[in-house]
Write a protein that binds this ligand. Sequence first.
Ligand code: NFE
Length: 480
Amino acid sequence: MPTTAITKIVDPVTRIEGHMKVEVTIDQVAGQFEVTDAHSTGTLFRGFETVLNGRNPWDAPIITERICGVCPVSHGMASVMALEAAAAQKASGNARILRNLVLGADFLHSHILHFYLLAAMDYVKGPASAPWTPAWAIPARPGLDTLTIAGNLPNAIEARRRAHEMGALFGGRMPHPHAYIAGGFTAVPTSDNITKFGAHLDWLNSFIQNVYIPDVQMLSNVYPDYKAIGDGYRNLLAYGVFNLNDAGTTKLMKKGLVRAATPSTVQTVAAANINESVTYSWYDDTTNNLAPVKGSTMPIYPKTGAYSWLKAPRYQGEPFEAGPLARMWVNGNYRKGISVMDRHLARAQEALKIAKAMKTWLSQLTVGGQVYDTGFTLSMPQSGSGVGLTEAPRGALGHWVTVASGKISKYQIITPTCWNASPRDAKGVRGPIEEALIGTPISNPDEPIEVVRVIHSFDPCLSCAVHVMRPKGKVTVFSA
Ligand code: NFE
């Protein structure tokens, strides 16, 4: 272990999008290196809210789906929900079911992609060639053969392709399906599409049960120490998703939150309790601590003390973790723990829950049936506002829209990664990933693979550049 500080750039740290860096301070505590502080930085100004101002409200789902190629369907869903709330309408019947099916397919592709192509590489070695190298040395632990390229990785790629094809069968294309419109859905189910969708779904159900879940369990068995690493605040938040009736009163994954002090008590969630702090974000301080319905996107760069383009969303002033573990915990489906490995296990088990439900939904479609609410006014209200709270694969997602003179006058989006990867808030309280990193034991400060494992357990839709600092030493920089 080096005793003199070093400066080093590792590029890339891993194989995800390039919009994030995390700076950690590593120090010796009781003779062991561990993370003693962390700063999470979103390095990309997204600005979709600004793009939407002055647009026709009908454009919002199409535009907001472009926020991301991994979770576009969730943005389409949140957007149509917000518009329908503004117009006091709801999609029903076939439209509700088709929305669920295409969103469900997106969850399946995303969860499988995350485990095999993004997270597993933190534990097993790839071949010694690009894009697998350069890579940090991973201390060998036997028993992970199925996670290699000679193991289930090719099957995972096929699983992802099949899930994408399912989305395209009803959504028209993947990513960015254009089928989500306020008031309904644009595709009418045919027997042919239902049969094709069902064949892929059966294959995926089998893959999830017989390959994905056993592989995650195997990883958890080989790395039991990661059940005690990366817990964070233990506050969990879910908005709920997949309406099971047209009124939206029952959902496959319900809305709720739990706090660390009372983990068995699911509390209600109200959008009015959410606000966003910008004290440490590159936004104008006059927009600090606003509820998203009143929120504003006023970039200021540079700004003293700020270190992220992410705002810091808080619920009743507290940071909350969003994601599959939050959803599964709120629903009572997974309550074994909160840690790196629990996030992976809950994600895999959620995939099975959704895939099984999709089989039922498929059987509920009416071939050739109506997919648009004819009672829906084709013109949006000239003025009004609405919120769409739903779930993306990575967790709670909200869109807030205000319409004035027939145009969008305000649009605010809070993504799950914004909840998880947020910087400090106005009170100086760390975001969930920052907090989860504290106390993480590090075996080699020059190649702190443990830091990446904690970050990846949240499945952030970002790439990570990790800055490692040692007090009194030079700075070691790992950039993606
Ligand atoms: Ni870009 Fe997304 C999901 C959303 S992450 S992947 O899941 O919303 O913030």
